[in-house]
Ligand binder design. Structure first.
Ligand code: SIN
Length: 515
């Protein structure tokens, strides 16, 4: 029976390749081209504690586990974190079989990978490729391997319309291709559709990140979890056509300053710029707010000039070749100039609820990568754990599909949630949705702002007539779910910050399923 994999980021490509190796017949569906994904945009890298002879001195799987739990504010699923951190070295080795390479170290002897440091990691353990082009390099190699595989049929420019179920179990997907709707029969469907950065005005995500998998899973009756936790990346270059400036730049020593040159993160957290991502993003947002609209926006800057001074001019260009080119294209010489930055929507910790084998609450339906919520990231993802999660849990998903895993199909405790009917309401534009979510449900929320968002979202609808309308309908559904979760969590933890309830509450997870 066919396995349908929807989405062509790290999780989708790796799942397809491993499934093909294990004898499955795979159909890989990508709504744009194979290389259009969040993975392609990943700069920093993949976190992994390698086998002892290759890991940084003193670094351990236990340390990686501890860092992941601390960044996630303790809301992580401990078994998922154990699996993630302990499988890392082996999955990195597997990648080499598919032609993936990483930058090597120029230090020491032998064949070592260069290991970068990123925020909230207690040791350098970030593998990177092409300097700051890790995702693009990974995608290029995995895509070439997929195209070379006889067992993987690739459908590009093919949109997911829905999940088909027969007698309560998945029997395939409906897709739209060349303007025609068609059904692909499949005994297992893996949703690896990525995230939903397009919910917000400023995002590090590409245009394809529109919650398609989450929306399809919800409509098919799947449970969803932790949707109130949406991570904002602290340093997005704040110019028209801006883009993410990798956390690895702060790992190399760049600092954040306000317009007066004050290094304000040192006042907020002992780890300053290398504090967990939610802390740094909120620190910047508060600083921008405190400085107010003085007509001289933006007023927070990333200062990488110390790196150039320390390592010599030319270091930034060698270590971060893509960022060097792109910042210069925007008129900045970051060897000598500060870069204006602000936070931008980056990664959804929540998603389609899965167990440790990628199984959702619908038999035959699996999810992996950002679309899934394994619970591994808790309330805030540790930098560079996303590609690792995509690999480890995509592989486990495929192992379950091809070999069968333990026990009966899982059931999850989910609270029934009734949302407004999708067909009712006023039409809206995506820009209006993004403005509403950015103003009311982003880095800081409160009861009033969430009520405004919920009321407006309930009044809108988008009938999925064309491809863009379908994406907008998916985003609207995702926005309603996120806001419903954020309203229910009257406390602040990790990426979910309620100014009316600034303290953490008891440890709990919000899981919903359609009523
Ligand atoms: C970055 O390079 O800063 C992004 C890496 C990540 O989100 O894990």
């Amino acid at each position: 029976m066919t396995t349908a994999v929807v989405g062509s980021g790290a999780a989708g490509l790796y799942a397809s390749l491993i499934a093909a190796e294990r004898g499955a017949e795979v159909v890989l569906i990508s709504k744009a081209s194979l290389s259009d994904s969040n993975t392609s945009c990943a700069q920093g890298g993949i976190s992994a504690v390698l086998h002892p002879e290759r890991a940084a001195a003193g670094d351990t799987v236990a340390a990686h586990r501890g860092d992941t739990m601390r960044a996630g504010a303790g809301l992580n699923a401990p078994e998922a974190v154990d699996l993630l951190c302990s499988a890392a070295a082996d999955d990195i080795d597997q990648l080499r079989r598919f032609g993936v390479g990483f930058d090597g170290s120029t230090f020491g002897q032998g064949q070592f990978y260069a290991l970068g440091l990123e925020a909230a990691h207690s040791a350098p353990r970030i593998l990177h490729a092409g300097g700051d082009a890790t995702g693009a390099s990974l995608v290029a190699a995995l895509t070439a391997a997929v195209r070379a595989s006889d067992a993987v049929t690739v459908f590009e420019h093919t949109r997911l319309n829905g999940i088909r179920c027969t007698d309560g179990a998945v029997s395939g997907v409906t897709v739209e291709r060349d303007g025609a709707v068609q059904t692909i029969a499949a005994g297992a469907v893996v949703l690896a559709t990525g995230g939903a950065g397009q919910l917000f005005e400023h995002t590090t995500n590409p245009a394809v990140a529109t919650a398609d998998g989450l929306a399809a899973a919800w409509r098919a009756g799947a449970a969803v979890s932790d949707l109130e936790f949406f991570q904002f990346h602290p340093t997005w270059l704040d110019v028209p056509g801006g883009f993410m400036i990798s956390e690895a730049v702060r790992g190399e020593g760049a600092v954040l300053r306000d317009g007066d040159g004050h290094r304000f993160m040192a006042d907020i957290h002992p780890d300053a710029e290398l504090a967990p991502r939610d802390v740094v993003a909120r620190g910047i947002a508060r600083r921008l707010q405190a400085l107010g609209p003085d007509g001289e926006q933006p007023a927070v800057f990333l200062d990488a000039t110390g790196i150039a001074a320390r390592h010599g001019s030319g270091f930034l260009a060698r270590r971060f070749p893509t960022l060097d080119r792109r910042t210069r294209e925007h008129g900045f010489d970051w060897d000598t100039q500060w870069l204006p930055v602000k936070p931008a929507a980056h990664y959804w910790m929540g998603g389609i609820t899965t167990d440790l084998w990628g199984r959702t609450s619908v038999p035959g339906l699996y999810a992996a990568g950002e679309a899934a919520c394994t619970g591994v990231h808790g309330a805030n993802r540790l930098a560079s754990n996303s590609l690792l999660e995509a690999l480890v849990f995509a592989r486990r998903t495929v192992e379950h599909i091809t070999s069968g895993g333990p026990g009966p199909w899982p059931e999850f405790d989910a609270e029934p949630l009734r949302l407004p009917a999708e067909a009712d309401g006023e039409p809206f534009t995506r820009v209006e949705l993004q403005r509403l979510m950015s103003a009311n449900a982003a880095l800081t929320r409160d009861d009033g702002s969430l009520a405004v968002a919920a009321k407006q979202l309930a009044q809108w609808h988008r009938s999925p007539a064309g491809p863009q309308d379908r994406e907008d309908a998916n985003l609207l559904l995702a926005a309603r779910l996120l806001v419903a979760a954020a309203r229910q969590r009257a406390d602040s933890v990790g990426a979910h910050y309620r100014s009316d309830y600034p303290k953490p509450g008891r440890v709990r997870h919000l899981t919903f399923a359609a009523r």
